[in-house]
Design a protein around this ligand. Structure first.
Ligand code: PLZ
Length: 445
């Protein structure tokens, strides 16, 4: 097997940020790349491994983003590197729809084993999270013969036309890009930090389903699509019982329950899929991001009767289930199991929640600390009013960036800092990143 990367696992600032090479590359980026594609960090990556990203000037950053929840097993994890290298030498592409290959089928078999429920399942593979969400809707429509789709406040499902319609937030995702696909309806989410105290999971679900019944009609509704822990919307963990009540309502009304686990899936929250925390068995599960360690791959997995309702040839695409991505996915699954990374995600949860709750106790700007596994967030508020405070989150994240820590913000009001470290990060690096965050909070008071 490939030797573990020699990239030193320590934070190092060798130049002022951004360094000279990054500045040169940024000038080229501005001249060559659409400004529509913006970057969080002003530095360009040269190498990454474990919990560290090294830039082109030799600066080393602690990675609390995993490329937005993708490199869960670490960047260039040894098994992934080997599997992809072997596959690239054998063949890079034939198109599964032309000359199929084993890797695709093997990934589908693994997804049948790993997704919740022991019923018969089928899978179809795609490239991006958005593409898989779109296909889940196509499949639900084909099976039910119905059109409408229900999504939730704060939802993020992608940037293609249908998934833009499904995404809640206007800026930057939708602004100026309409008209959007029709038959998409939005229901209220369970948001424990902002809901009134008496709104428990059951009541929040009743609030949503009564709106669906009055404004959409179950007889028109093909699918309810929900992120079990909302990602871009602010790492919102719904109240216990919310997801199970929704799933039950779907079952009773012949509506397909789709879990968009693009961000929350594949070990991120300490279980293979986040719905497991609520004992929910979705009809369809959407995977992407963490599934293939950074190679583009996504999947829809679910009930065989639903998945097989589509006519032969109705699903596909040139690259869906590309052989390199499939080889990577099989290696990711092997790595998560061999290195017991689900347990590691739960240990990271304990560490991050503990440190963040300590910070919250002495800083009233941190209104809420929440999340599961290695998907943890702090929501910033104006202490006087409780209103979302995006400016503080932005300032804290910017300070962390300047000190060599990659952090991402999220949330409908941009007031949430999220922590998505690779599960291969060391405790030392996590602690050091939280020390930087502690200073960032002091510096922004
Ligand atoms: N569903 C739950 O989190 C992608 C978006 C980053 P794609 N989230 C990161 C950005 O600004 O574009 C996401 C998600 C959930 C679907 C998607 C879409 O996945 O692979 O980005 O298409």
């Amino acid at each position: 097997m490939t030797e573990p990367s020699t990239l030193e696992q320590s934070r190092l600032l060798r130049t002022p940020l951004p360094g000279p090479r990054s500045q040169e590359l940024m000038a080229r980026k501005v001249a060559a790349v659409s400004q529509g594609v913006a970057t969080t960090m002003p530095v360009f990556a040269a190498r990454a491994a474990g919990g560290i990203v090294e830039d082109v000037d030799g600066n080393r950053f602690i990675d609390l983003g995993s490329g937005i929840a993708v490199t869960t097993v670490g960047s260039s994890a040894a098994r992934v590197v080997d599997a992809v290298a072997d596959q690239v030498a054998a063949f890079t592409h034939t198109c599964f729809m032309v000359t199929p290959y084993e890797g695709y089928v093997a990934v589908a078999e693994q997804l049948a084993r790993l997704t919740p429920g022991d019923h018969e399942k089928r899978t179809a593979l795609f490239n991006s999270g958005s593409e898989a969400v779109e296909n889940a809707v196509k499949i639900a429509r084909s099976f039910t013969g119905k059109d409408a789709v229900v999504v939730f406040d704060h939802a993020y499902h992608g940037r293609t036309n249908l998934t833009m319609a499904m995404t809640a937030k206007n800026m930057p995702y939708k602004h100026g890009f309409g008209p959007f696909a029709g038959e998409v309806y939005r229901a209220p989410m369970s948001y424990p930090f902002r809901d009134a105290a008496e709104i428990d999971g059951k009541l929040a679900a009743a609030r949503a389903t009564s709106l669906i019944e009055t404004q959409v009609g179950a007889e028109n509704l093909a699918a309810v699509v929900i992120e079990p822990v909302q990602g871009e919307g602010g790492f919102i963990v719904p109240a216990p019982g919310f997801l199970s009540a929704l799933a039950e309502w779907c079952r009773a009304n012949d509506v397909i329950f789709v879990a968009d686990e693009v961000q929350s899936g594949f070990g991120r929250t300490g279980t293979w899929f986040a719905v497991e925390h609520d004992d929910v068995v979705p009809d369809l599960v959407v995977s992407a991001k963490g599934i293939a360690g950074g190679l583009p791959l996504s999947a829809v997995t679910g009930r065989a009767d639903v998945m097989d309702a589509v006519h032969p040839g109705g699903l596909g695409g040139t690259y869906g289930g590309n052989p390199l991505a499939c080889a990577a996915a099989l290696a990711v699954i092997e790595t998560i199991e061999a290195e017991d990374l689900l347990t590691r995600a739960r240990a990271i949860e304990e560490r991050l929640l503990g440190r963040l709750r300590d910070l919250q106790a002495s800083d009233p700007r941190i209104g809420d600390v929440r999340g599961r596994g290695a998907m943890i967030a702090a929501e910033f508020v104006d202490p006087a009013t409780g209103d979302p405070d995006g400016a503080v989150a932005k300032a804290v994240a910017a300070y962390a960036h300047s000190q060599g820590v990659i952090t991402l913000t999220c949330g409908t009001w941009g007031n949430v800092i999220r922590f998505l470290p690779p599960l291969s990060i060391s405790d030392e690096l996590l602690d050091e990143a939280l020390d930087v965050l502690t200073t960032a909070l002091e510096e922004t008071k």
